[in-house]
Design a protein around this ligand. Sequence first.
Ligand code: 13P
Ligand code: SF4
Length: 319
Amino acid sequence: MAMASSAGALARRIREIARKKNAVILAHNYQIGDIQDVADFVGDSLGLSQEAAKSDAEIIVFCGVHFMAETASILAPQKKVLIPDLEAGCSLSDTLSEAQLRSWKAKYPEAAVVTYVNTSAAVKALSDYCCTSSNAVKVVRSIPEEREILFGPDMFLGAYVSRVTGRKNLRLWAGECHVHAAVRPEDIERTRAAHPDADFLIHPECGCVTSCMVYAQDNDVSREKAHILSTEGMVRHVQASPGKEFVVATETGIIHRMKKFAPGKRFIPVSDELECKYMKRITPEKLLRSLEDEVYEVKVPEEIAIKAKLPLERMVSIS
Ligand code: 13P
Ligand code: SF4
């Protein structure tokens, strides 16, 4: 009880300072429940980028990971963008450096470069288009059929996009997210077998997403119930679906949001181990300090921001 009331006091203090400072708190779907509950907006990478771009707040506090705060800074350069913990990185973003992308591009100078939003600002600055899990297919479809595409850094999302669009001229970078790559087909099979009537929701970053698609296509019952979705797509699905049970293959933080949006329904993670240690670095105490002391500012140097803005604006408009 004492803990609950101190958590409540902390949340009230956070809201009070945010109001006084005209700050908006954005939180990704993988944040812990206490952060999601105190935020102004909770959503996926695309939704949070859109909020950052249109917000009229003076300060944006990004409860997510570093590349997301960079994205907010690029789309809203006149605002002060803060992240409560600078160590909140992303293993997927780290798999493609600026130097690696430069040399990849040098090999295929005519190709269009599509990078997932989980990349550094410097990588975005070398890209033609950015995309998120919710619009990757649309972004690739918007590029003329005959043009070769370099797609990175997530090879599983890339393989999924290539399969859905039927594009053979999509070259994939061999990067992955350590959380989603660890989703094992046997975990999925076991969980689905234990809950045969449940809808099955899988994020396109998962290591077995392509095999799941093939399986679903070959099996009518499974196809009806399997849905490959971004984190926000999953939240919308559980609200709209008449189903009562959902097997969820993504980071487990999203289950807090699902429970709030679809009370009375049941959510079963394919594994309890799917936790992003970077997302979990943000705590209410760090968020409060971030607002009070206005730390840690994430500011993308202007010469990089100018170049990174175009592919990001294309991403935000193709949604
Ligand atoms: P979404 O764009 O679906 O929110 O995914 C972001 C992410 O980091 C997934 O690991
Ligand atoms: Fe990056 Fe994976 Fe964490 Fe998403 S879940 S932020 S892709 S490390």
